[in-house]
Design a protein around this ligand. Structure first.
Ligand code: S3P
Length: 432
């Protein structure tokens, strides 16, 4: 797809539903008794993979894509049934890791697989704690990757074992996987992470009726909850909003309003970093949306300064680091991003992909073991971008194209369908 420099961004954009929250609404709705009604559901390919998997597990789900509303007819904690075929999670790491925790507590055998990117992403990180819980889960792929097979040695009759897992990485997918398996355990299950990752599972499962306590970076769940269907209005995804925040900040004379953005403190690191960089962003209409705070953001073009980012803030902006790298190129001075080695095991190796593509555009950027160093202020030139079908890479370079000197091509640009199907038209509507 072709991209070229554009004038200022003006107007209003309403951000589609949060990917993490949309996945969880379907999963928890399936395990609850009664009906769960979800509004502002994200119609991205990843969330549709979750719907498809739960339909295969015997759950009736109606998805009205014209109104972004989904109705899930849950069957309770023990209501899933054996699928007739392998479950295909597509490109979705969240689906694979969270569903594995749920499936480990079922009696039936089931196999899971996904696309070529999923088959390279580490699953040992969930197999290890699940095996400690006495789950029967094995990797059939290379280096502990998908395909995965659960309960292949025969029907499970006993409960899982409650554990206290000390996760080596801050990851909401690992934490959620273990907590979900903990619902099928014989005693309480805790997860402690090095820093607190996004807490949507803890918030939403509590709303459904589970008993979860959180203290610092430790979450604990009691087994065998009685989950009851809920009404969930999904806030807009701050990870999707991040592209427009960046566009507004770096394209001269821009001023835009980004409506309905989830600003949960475990997700709002991008706002804190932008403020540190000198960004003019104000929050309006802040409301509580069922435990998940939401706001409208007013973003104005700003002269940005480089920053140093590392430590506990990293899990709160992990998916925004590619677009932060673009901001850093437009800023004056040096930006150092560290403690972000997790970027290497996302939909692509996001350190390598950002450094390779931005270097070819003329940026001064160096990869490090756990992040990157960027000396901002260099003129960016157009080139052909290899997105490696990673949605966050494609969207980041679509924003970079707004300030690049020459035309650009982004390969496999249609991969934005994973998390933001209307991204390019929403961007076009803002550009003057
Ligand atoms: C997610 C958690 C994060 C994030 C991913 C969605 C989730 O992954 O990168 O896009 O919904 O739990 P990790 O838990 O692997 O950090």
């Amino acid at each position: 797809m072709n991209f070229h420099k554009k004038g200022s961004l003006k107007g209003i954009v309403t951000i589609p539903g949060d990917k993490s929250i949309s996945h969880r609404a379907v999963m928890f709705g399936a395990l609850a008794k009664g009906t769960t009604e979800v509004t502002n559901f994200l119609q991205g390919a990843d969330c549709l993979s979750t719907i498809r998997c739960f339909k295969q597990l015997g759950i009736e789900i109606q998805n009205d894509a014209s109104s972004d509303s989904v109705v899930i007819h849950g069957k309770g904690l023990h209501g899933l049934t054996k699928p007739s075929e392998l479950l295909d999670v597509g490109n979705s790491g969240t689906t694979m890791r969270l569903i594995s925790g749920i499936l480990s507590g079922q009696t039936f055998a089931v196999s899971l697989n996904g696309d070529s990117s999923i088959q390279k992403r580490p699953m040992g990180r969930i197999i290890t704690p699940l095996a400690m819980m006495d789950a029967d889960i094995v990797s059939l792929g290379e280096k502990g990757c998908a395909p995965l097979s659960i309960n292949s040695s025969g029907e499970r009759t006993n409960k899982l074992k409650g554990i206290h897992y000390h996760s080596p990485v801050a990851s909401a997918q690992i934490k959620s996987c273990v907590l979900l398996a903990g619902m099928y355990a014989d005693s309480e299950t805790s997860v402690t992470e090095p820093s607190l990752s996004r807490n949507h599972t803890e918030l939403m499962l509590t709303q459904f009726g589970a008993k979860i306590t959180s203290q610092g970076s430790t979450a604990t769940i009691l087994p065998n909850p009685n989950l009851v269907g809920q009404k969930i209005n999904v806030p807009g995804d701050i990870s999707s909003a991040a592209y427009f925040i960046a566009a507004g900040l770096i394209v001269p004379n821009s001023e835009l309003v980004i409506k309905n953005v989830g600003i949960n403190p475990t997700r709002d690191g991008i706002l804190r970093v932008c403020q540190q960089m000198g960004a003019k962003i104000t929050l309006e209409n802040v409301i509580d949306n069922g435990g998940e705070p939401v706001a409208d953001l007013v973003v104005k073009y700003s002269e940005l300064q480089g920053v140093e980012i590392g430590g506990d803030i990293i899990p709160t902006l992990i998916d925004e680091i590619p677009i932060i790298a673009i901001l850093a190129c437009a800023a004056k001075g040096q930006t150092v991003i560290k403690d972000a080695a997790e970027l290497k095991v996302k939909e692509s190796n996001r350190i390598d992909v950002m450094v390779n593509n931005l270097s070819r555009m003329g940026a001064d950027i160096t990869a490090t073991e756990d992040g990157m160093i960027i000396n901002g202020g260099k003129i960016l030139h157009g080139t052909t971008i290899e997105s490696l079908a990673d949605h966050r890479i494609a969207m980041s370079f679509a924003i970079a194209s707004l300030i690049a000197e020459d035309d650009m091509i982004i390969r496999e640009a249609e991969c934005v369908d994973i998390s933001y199907p209307n991204f390019y038209s929403d961007l076009d509507n803002l550009c003057r």
